[in-house]
Design a protein around this ligand. Structure first.
Ligand code: TYD
Length: 140
């Protein structure tokens, strides 16, 4: 398994088709936008003000996190460094490589956090204990 750090994770500018009269449309396409194929899409919504999500890491999963509506902050942690990203544009995606602890917070009212993932849901891919995460990173 490759050992990535938070500086390997970055904002991706998505394709944006603009029409003055009819609004905007953004596209994520397998083989073009990302270095992984999307096998699952899920989204968080109706997150109460002040509530946090995330607080886990994935061993192998890659993700693209998009603020489809509203805004929130994603903080990535590789066990040594942390980086925070403010997501507030539906045409920006945060590409999260495997092995990152993530905390999502400061959800605006009506925020929709859309996640495009490289694999189906696998409970065993999650690390939900921070000390276990640090051990996992040290063994990579
Ligand atoms: P969780 O990953 O803990 O959400 P968050 O990181 O946003 O706080 O998931 C919350 C619940 O939803 C948990 O019981 C697992 C379930 N879930 C699925 O069944 N399938 C999925 O694809 C995801 C992402 C979560």
């Amino acid at each position: 398994m490759e050992k990535f750090n938070v500086f390997d994770c970055s904002m991706v500018e998505l394709d944006r088709h603009h029409s003055d009269r009819k609004g905007n449309l953004s596209v994520v396409e397998n083989g073009l936008t990302l270095p992984f194929d999307v096998k699952r899409v899920y989204y968080l919504y109706d997150v109460p003000g002040g509530e946090n999500r995330g607080a886990h890491a994935h061993k192998e999963l890659s993700q693209l996190i998009i603020a489809a509506s509203g805004s929130f902050t994603v903080t990535l942690d590789d066990g040594k460094c942390k980086r925070s990203f403010f997501l507030n544009r539906p045409y920006h995606g945060l590409y999260v490589k495997p092995g990152m602890w993530r905390d999502l917070e400061d959800f605006s009212s009506g925020a929709v956090c859309m996640v495009l993932a490289s694999d189906v849901y696998k409970k065993e891919d999650y690390i939900r204990d921070y000390q276990e995460f640090i051990k996992f990173r040290n063994n990579l």
